[in-house]
Design a protein around this ligand. Structure first.
Ligand code: GMT
Length: 364
């Protein structure tokens, strides 16, 4: 395949879709493609030495506007820069409003690929204010992809498109077991339970603390919550109320989550909605089995060989699953399997090849 000139569009913050887009951009650039990453700020995980060129999207504000016009500004930037840079194709991550902005910029005359990530379909995509333009934009695109089968089905129902399923990737060099780091985060003899997210209400972080309190009654354990977001205060309150605050650590977001994830014994995810669960995949690659709620695309990722699934809201069942794994003689073997499974099924080379196939088809 000849080297391509690609424009990727992403949110720059802590969300998984921005991480997925940034890492894909870096891999494509290292393969010799010319990659431009469009975002309102330099994406969180884009390293200073990256071969990817960051293209800023302004958020112009004039007093006459009710707010900054991101969609229009992105459309204008894409149209102008695609011409100037000679882009072959634009690939957006997270459909709202990226798909509509790209459609506004190019119509159907230009190869557009959109990757759906989750709430862009389920929550925002179904919002009557966004649904029409997003549906039209997705239907007009050369290709759409979704990060899980569950999300692809939901997108078909919501937008009448049939996305190709391309799961997210994980870098096995970066996310690897680091048991030697455990003592940084836990006392001698304590089990280290991890969670990482943006602490939004759908992540149900206070529920994790409730389940942890049940675990803590039986075993010496510590819960490390990596990230920040709106539910932090409530999670702290629940930890105080249940008397487990001394064993719940709040760790601020870091550009090096691998340092923390590789140190854990188990990773916990109690979300009420999750199209994929990127942090859970990073944990698996780090050799850390996962206990998670069986929602969205999570059952496609967390199979019985690498973790346990629990019904949403069943906190007793969640604690039991954690205890069962911690006390299992098979835990060490499960840790090895988690890593092997993640490396084999979600290797970046394999996933990048799949995106390149989509680009090739989109380019005709
Ligand atoms: O919808 C969101 O929560 C935001 C979005 C994001 O930008 O992080 O998360 C989604 O995309 C991630 C990367 O593909 C997935 O790992 C998350 O499961 C997914 N979140 C939800 O479906 C809630």
């Amino acid at each position: 395949m000849r080297p391509l000139r690609l424009g990727l569009v992403a949110y720059p913050g802590l969300g998984g879709s921005g991480i997925v887009a940034t890492e894909l951009a870096e891999r494509l650039a290292r393969m010799g493609h010319q990659v431009y990453l469009f975002a309102t700020e330099r994406p969180f995980r884009l390293s200073r030495e990256s071969p990817v060129t960051y293209v800023p999207v302004d958020l112009p504000y004039y007093p006459v506007f009710p707010g900054p016009l991101y969609t229009l500004s992105l459309a204008g930037t894409l149209e102008r820069e695609a011409r100037r840079l000679g882009l072959d194709l634009v690939h957006t991550h997270y459909a709202i409003p990226h798909a509509a902005a790209a459609y506004l910029a190019f119509g159907e005359a230009f190869p557009l690929v959109h990757t759906l990530h989750g709430t862009d379909v389920s929550l925002l995509g179904m919002d009557p204010a966004f649904h029409g333009p997003t549906r039209r934009a997705l239907q007009a695109a050369r290709a759409t992809t979704a990060v899980s089968r569950a999300l692809a089905k939901e997108a078909e129902r919501a937008f009448g498109v049939r996305p190709r399923v391309i799961p997210n990737a994980v870098d096995p060099e970066r996310f690897r077991p680091r048991p030697e780091h455990k003592r940084r985060y836990a006392e001698e003899g304590e089990w280290l339970l991890l969670h990482a997210s943006n602490f939004r209400p759908i992540k149900r972080v206070p529920d994790l603390v409730r389940a942890f309190a049940k675990v803590r009654r039986r075993l010496p354990a510590r819960l490390l919550l990596l990230g920040k977001g709106p539910e932090e205060a409530e999670a702290r309150r629940v930890a105080e109320e249940l008397g487990v605050a001394p064993w719940v650590t709040f760790h601020p977001p870091t550009p090096h989550p691998e340092e923390v994830l590789g140190a854990g014994d188990l990773f916990l995810l109690a979300s009420e909605e999750e199209s994929f669960g990127q942090a859970a995949l990073e944990a698996l690659a780090s050799g850390v089995p996962v206990v998670a709620t069986a929602v969205g695309g999570v059952p496609e990722l967390v199979t019985p060989e690498v973790g346990r699934l629990v019904e949403l809201g069943d906190l007793e069942g969640f604690a039991q699953a954690v205890l069962e794994l911690l006390e299992s003689p098979d835990l060490k073997r499960m840790r090895e399997r988690a890593r092997e499974y993640a490396v084999e099924r979600f290797h970046p080379e394999r996933i990048t090849r799949e995106y390149l196939e989509v680009y090739q088809e989109a380019l005709g």
